[in-house]
Design a protein around this ligand. Structure first.
Ligand code: SAH
Length: 260
């Protein structure tokens, strides 16, 4: 791996076996690893002793390190000729702000490479037995954020998100789950649409709730699910009954009717 280069590396959703070969090689060869809150302990254990670790994690509404400081840190490390791995949960280019960091490096003519990782949608869906597309149930999939804008509003055109043939995956939506559900139902989504929330997907701490859009928010509150959690809404969720091969933790399953 090159000196003075920043590798923006996806660590996947948690299970260390889901790292790419390239990610593992880069982690093992780095001089400095700058990592996020969502990178699992099992993956951090793969960083060699002697490698400098810098935590740049962010908790919701509590910015441990502001984005411009992270950008400046990566720039300075690269300019100092270090081999830098910027390790991010999931995929760096999916709700990961990896593109902002890459833009900053590009603007300052610092070399970087992007190593894709398994994004939460792929990891959680696979480990909860929910295919994102399935013949006859979903012809497409859509990823959206449930994170509030600065004005504290969810800025979605709900009518455009209501589509019985498209699976909807919502990142960062646990806190706003009641608003998301209300927005979709008000815009005409069938309340019987199967829906799931997967917490700590792909790890031994995975827990998930299967319900319908009408009951999801209450069931998730009752089960006490915590972040990180990913919401999956669509007819494909009904397949979890039969495809649920990985169930390490407590699972709440409501009988869902297969639509379509
Ligand atoms: N770049 C990441 C997403 C970062 S945004 C990726 O590609 O996956 C953070 C959100 O990702 C969380 O709020 C949650 O919605 C989701 N997430 C990340 N890891 C997760 C996990 N192990 N289980 C469930 N959701 C997860």
């Amino acid at each position: 791996m090159a000196q003075g280069c920043v590798y923006l590396v996806g660590a996947g959703p948690g299970d260390p076996d889901l790292l790419t070969v390239k990610a593992l090689r880069l982690i093992q060869g780095a001089e400095v690893v700058v990592f996020d809150r969502l990178v699992s302990d099992e993956i951090l254990d793969l960083i060699p002793t002697g490698t400098t670790r810098i935590y740049a994690g962010k908790a919701l509404n509590r910015h441990a390190m502001p984005q411009d400081e992270i950008n400046a840190l990566l720039l300075n490390l690269a300019r100092a000729g270090r081999r830098v791995v910027r390790l991010k949960g999931g995929d760096p280019f999916t709700f990961g702000r990896g593109s902002e960091e890459a833009e900053h490096l590009a603007r300052h003519h610092v070399r970087f490479e992007v190593v894709p990782g398994i994004t939460a949608a792929a990891g959680c869906s696979a480990y909860a037995g929910i295919p994102l597309t399935h013949r006859g149930l979903a012809t497409g999939v859509r990823y959206v954020t449930g994170h509030l804008r600065d004005n504290n509003e969810l800025d979605h055109d709900w009518a455009r998100l209501v589509d019985g043939d498209t699976t909807l995956v919502c990142y960062m939506g646990l806190v706003t789950l009641p608003e998301i559900v209300r927005g979709l139902l008000d815009a005409g989504l069938d309340p019987a649409t199967p829906a799931a929330v997967v917490q700590n997907g792909t790890t031994p701490r995975q827990r998930h709730v299967l319900a319908t859009v009408a009951t999801l928010a209450d069931q998730v509150a009752e089960a006490g699910l915590k972040s990180p959690a990913t919401i999956i809404i669509g007819k494909v969720v009904a397949l979890a009954d039969t495809l649920n091969w990985f169930a390490p933790g407590e699972v709440h399953i409501e009988e869902v009717r297969r639509l379509g």
